[in-house]
Design a protein around this ligand. Structure first.
Ligand code: AMP
Length: 400
């Protein structure tokens, strides 16, 4: 590979399935045995990163995936690798580098889970355990190597493995690998794999070091980002969605799966409601956590902190759980139920968001909540724009 700089284009609409359309795993043209494994894993629909990345990866494109743990990123690169390997020759054709032994083992387990119906062999290679058993297995030959960089260098130095036939290289959690000082090891490893290959790089963040790594090792990559894309026009930061009560869950799923997102705090009036929202989101492939009204203050604070740190991307909280918590700095709030107290609306919205800009706040309003929304609008002194989503609204309601 050359070090020649090339721009990192974001995905173009032609490369990506329409975000408005819900697609199924069957639409992704995966081998029937993979579809069986996905069904056994209990997944009903692809997550946004899977929906966007899998078709590109199957087409052989290099991908720069901006996604954190919990988005389904592991399957986004594992499934296309299995598809590629399923019928081909038995050689070491894929290498996945991970920062930690925990992630290494998790990725190996994903391969085993999704390749269960095939005959693909996989090994996890990480430090802190004896070299010999790993050495023996590597020398026998495996299809997929999942490794932490330091230990893999040990094996390369002993010529326990060669990557002459490698077709796919994955750099998982690239930002963390660089933070941990693995840049020299990564460089040495990439020097030993064929230049003609597919490279998939995943990272939760894109600091200049990761961008430099991507420029160096990826060829014409498509950037696939699981970030917040507001459902409203970009200038709209508040919006009310008129929606019948019984369609609120479907609308929420539509908004969260139809558009990409990375941190959404959802408020539900009741604990029961919060639980149901989490269940429905999970069913739709969106990982969410409920902040129960009956959890301790320290548990709530911890959940909120993990949410702010990006470890949890969707948090569903009850009104009660919100009290006493610092929700400043959160960029997206969805009021699944219109707050009972107009002050709560102001509190949530006022505290939300980036320094100079109010945060995005969407409020689902069923017909019986119209009066409450009007009270809020009087209190904040301005109407809130309405957004009608075809199939989910109950007719246009004037903003008064
Ligand atoms: P990851 O972001 O790869 O660490 O995955 C987070 C979790 O989501 C894992 O427990 C996966 O088993 C799960 N997962 C991955 N893809 C899906 C999907 N399409 N539907 C439901 N759960 C999924």
């Amino acid at each position: 590979m050359t070090d020649k700089q090339h721009p990192l284009p974001t995905r173009s609409p032609a490369d990506v399935p329409s975000a408005e359309r819900t697609i199924s795993f069957a639409d992704l043209n995966l081998h029937p045995t993979i579809l069986d494994a996905i069904r056994d894993a209990g997944y009903s629909v692809p997550t946004p990163i899977q929906r966007d990345a899998i078709p590109l990866a199957l087409n052989g494109r290099d991908i720069m995936g901006l996604a954190q743990t919990g988005t389904g990123k592991t399957a986004a690169f594992t499934l296309p690798i299995i598809e590629r390997l399923i019928d081909g020759p038995r050689r070491t054709r894929a290498l996945i580098l991970t920062p930690t032994r925990e992630l290494c083992v998790q990725v190996e387990e994903s391969f085993r889970k999704y390749a269960r119906h095939g005959e693909i062999s996989v090994i996890a290679v990480y430090g802190g355990v004896p070299l010999d058993p790993q050495e023996r297995r590597l020398r026998e030959g495996v299809d997929v190597v999942v490794a932490t960089p330091g230990r893999l260098i040990d094996h390369l130095d002993r010529q326990n493995v060669v990557f002459d036939d490698l077709e796919v290289l994955v750099l998982d959690e690239a930002d963390r690998m660089l933070d941990m000082g693995f840049a020299p090891q990564i460089n040495r490893i990439v020097d030993q794999v064929p230049a003609y290959r597919q490279t998939l790089l995943f990272s939760a963040t894109m600091p200049p070091e990761v961008e430099a790594l991507a420029r160096k090792y990826l060829r014409k990559p498509i950037v696939v980002q699981v970030g917040v894309r507001s459902a409203a026009a970009s200038t709209v930061t508040h919006a009310v969605y008129p929606v019948p009560r019984e369609k609120k869950n479907a609308l929420l799923v539509e908004l969260l799966t139809g558009s990409v997102h990375d941190s959404v705090l959802i408020f539900s009036r009741t604990k029961h409601g919060a639980d149901r929202i989490v269940r429905d989101l999970e069913k739709a492939g969106v990982t969410a956590t409920a902040m129960h009204a009956d959890k301790s203050q320290s548990q709530r604070t911890k959940a909120l902190q993990e949410f702010k740190d990006g470890k949890i991307s969707v948090l569903v909280a009850t009104d009660i759980a919100q009290r006493g918590l610092d929700i400043s700095g959160i960029t997206h709030v969805i009021n699944y139920d219109v707050p009972q107290q107009a002050e709560d609306y102001v509190h949530r919205i006022g505290r939300t968001g980036r320094a100079a800009k109010e945060g995005d706040a969407y409020t689902f309003m069923s017909p019986d909540e119209i009066g409450m929304v009007r009270t809020i609008e009087r209190m904040i002194g301005k109407p809130i724009p309405r957004i009608s989503v075809p199939g989910f609204d109950f007719g246009t309601v004037a903003a008064d």
